[in-house]
Design a protein around this ligand. Structure first.
Ligand code: GH3
Ligand code: MG
Ligand code: MG
Length: 362
């Protein structure tokens, strides 16, 4: 249960405010301070504030003021407890006293700000009015604001609201940035990763394989006579088939394997830590799935209703192998093997070797 105080180490005798989940105590003077300040709370529920203070009286008072305002409040009286709480369930804001029994407040601040997670957790330091040093140092090492004792309720609420507003904007920005990053490496039609992502991962996997003397294999897949599908059923139907083929390929590989749409009707699969024998198994599974499964064109789709089958030609190259000394060469030789498979009549798997040979799994 998330009460006004959760896991608070304020002692059994502490006077915990009676405000509970989702219940907002009415403000005696009408509307809440947040409304006056124009602060809107995160849509995903109440903002959570962690208050860290070793003075029980002060802690209780802060918790009560914030809980009454409608925040979900957590409390800690020690630095270690605060760090643990920030790590396990990050709050939206931390109010941090500089003087704690077990650790220096600045050290706690440093640790909170150094958390590897990329989320922004604002920290307001609580300091005595005269303690200029810790205020300045705190701000220098990453505190976002400070509050000087003695506190005025209205000021605390105003500063918290302002900080949460910044946090909310920052979170929105980070989400948008993540989404953009994800979009830049995703193929819009099939939802697979795109060529850019594949090139980057291939470089990484190749480097790893070289460093740890691990194998890595690459399978290139090109749908056979795909132009005819477009010509016969229309481009939208071709898109349906491409999506279907992508799903079949995705469903034929394991989690550590990486598949991408390399271009038009061409796909690639990186198989980390996989020898030739393993690569052949995967390639054969993909080849079989593609050859056997029909793609259904619904009646509404141009060219439908119909069931379309497409076969594929596959090329495999693997590392370590003679002549393959870079990810570019691994790609080039897998492509060359694919070309051989096409040349030999399509619907087959070709394996790169210094002397290519054709593997017929049928
Ligand atoms: P091959 O067996 O030699 O590979 O023959 P192919 O017809 O598959 O190869 P070709 O390179 O001649 O044609 C590829 C076709 O793939 C032509 C192009 O219109 C189609 N294509 C590429 N991208 C898309 C796409 O996003 N959607 C659709 N519907 N078709 C696409
Ligand atoms: Mg093709
Ligand atoms: Mg092609």
């Amino acid at each position: 249960m998330r009460g006004a105080v959760r896991n608070a180490r304020v002692g059994r005798d502490a006077r915990v405010p009676p405000h509970t989940v989702g219940v907002r105590a009415p403000r005696p003077r009408g509307c809440p301070a947040s409304a006056l300040l124009g602060y809107s709370r995160p849509v995903h529920g109440r903002a959570k504030i962690l208050v860290v203070d070793d003075s029980r009286t002060q802690l209780d008072w802060l918790v009560e003021v914030l809980a009454r305002e409608g925040y979900a409040v957590e409390a800690a009286m020690e630095g270690r407890d605060a760090i643990r709480k920030v790590r396990t369930d990050p709050p939206d804001l931390v109010l941090l006293d500089m003087i704690l029994p077990d650790m220096d407040g600045l050290e706690v601040l440093r640790l909170v700000k150094a958390l590897p997670d990329d989320q922004f957790i604002p920290v307001i330091i609580l300091s005595a009015k005269a303690d200029l040093d810790s205020k300045v140092t705190g701000l220098r090492i990453g505190a976002d604001d400070f509050l000087a004792k003695p506190f005025a309720e209205a000021e605390i609420l105003a500063r918290c609201a302002a900080m949460l507003r910044i946090k909310s904007l920052q979170d929105q920005l980070r989400r948008a940035q993540k989404e953009l990053e994800e979009r830049s490496v995703t193929d819009g039609l099939t939802g697979l990763k795109n060529r850019r992502f594949l090139d980057e991962r291939l470089a990484e996997e190749f480097k790893r394989a070289q460093r740890y003397a691990d194998p890595v294999s690459l399978v290139m897949i090109d749908l056979d006579h795909f132009k005819q599908v477009n010509d016969r059923y229309g481009h939208p139907a071709g898109d349906v088939v491409l999506r279907g083929a992508a799903n079949l390929i995705r469903g034929s590989i394991r989690d550590p394997d990486i598949c991408a749409r390399y271009g038009g009707e061409e796909f690639a699969v990186i198989l980390p830590k996989t020898h030739l024998s393993g690569a052949l198994v995967v390639a054969e599974r993909i080849w079989r799935e593609l050859a056997e499964r029909a793609h259904v064109l619904e009646a509404g789709v141009l060219g439908g209703p119909a069931e379309v089958k497409v076969t594929a030609s596959l090329g495999i190259a693997f590392y370590p192998a003679k002549d393959i000394t870079s990810p570019e060469l691994l790609l080039r030789f897998a492509d060359e093997a694919l070309y051989q498979a096409k040349k030999a009549g399509r619907n087959q798997i070709c394996l790169y070797q210094a002397q290519p040979y054709t593997y017929d799994p049928s």
